[in-house]
Design a protein around this ligand. Structure first.
Ligand SMILES: CC(C)(COP(=O)(O)OP(=O)(O)OC[C@H]1O[C@@H](n2cnc3c(N)ncnc32)[C@H](O)[C@@H]1OP(=O)(O)O)[C@@H](O)C(=O)NCCC(=O)NCCS
Length: 171
């Protein structure tokens, strides 16, 4: 899928190292790069086809977005993150392209509810709103606006309750 000149595609086995590299470049510590590898090793968390890359016209891996299995109460949902863009490509749409492509793929796979913990000024552009509005809450203390949720198919009923992240998140 091409979104604003970024080519998006799901990861393949050859992308594992470059995904680590993008996350090491985007974040100040290796936590997110290590988290992705722990999630990839957990068959209960990792869902094929929901780890997405945005490539520049020259073929550089610029942006990355990941959706993994979590639960809200006992119902399956998806957690968005880590999302990462190489510093030299930030604020040029690569992050948005990777996130939109990952969300589109999730909808195609029959998923509905997505939660994200992150920048309150960034994720609303994809339709995320505070999770508390759906009766969805994290198991830890965080300011309300940072914990957001999105229904990919708004007509479908949503579960409410506490978010249970995959074990690799350590929360
Ligand atoms: C956050 C991130 C994934 C966004 O991707 P991106 O490609 O840089 O952003 P896009 O080009 O898609 O979107 C640009 C918009 O995002 C906003 N934005 C970018 N980074 C932001 C941040 N840290 N906080 C709030 N808004 C941010 C910009 O202000 C811009 O807004 P505008 O369209 O109103 O001008 C990327 O900047 C990144 O990797 N940052 C460092 C790691 C990080 O913080 N990851 C997310 C953890 S929640």
């Amino acid at each position: 899928m091409i979104i604003n000149s970024w080519t998006t595609r799901p990861e393949t086995a050859e992308d594992v190292e470059v995904i680590r590299d993008v996350n090491l470049a985007a974040f100040p510590a290796p936590h997110e790069a290590d988290l992705i590898e722990a999630l990839r090793a957990d068959p209960q968390a990792w869902l094929p086809g929901l780890s997405w890359l945005a490539e520049s016209p020259g073929g550089d891996l610029a942006g990355y977005a990941l959706l993994t299995r979590c639960h809200v109460g006992d119902s399956p949902a998806l957690a968005l993150g880590p999302c990462a863009v190489r510093p030299e490509y930030q604020r040029r749409g690569a992050g948005s392209a990777a996130i939109q492509a990952a969300l589109h793929a999730a909808r195609e796979q029959g998923e509905n509810l997505v939660v994200v913990l992150g920048h309150a000024e960034y994720y609303p552009r994809f339709g995320f709103t505070p999770a508390s509005g759906f009766g969805i809450h994290p198991s830890f203390d965080v300011e309300d606006k940072y914990m957001m949720a999105l229904a990919l198919v708004p007509e479908r009923p949503l579960p409410s309750g506490v978010i249970r992240y995959a074990a690799a998140f350590g929360v």
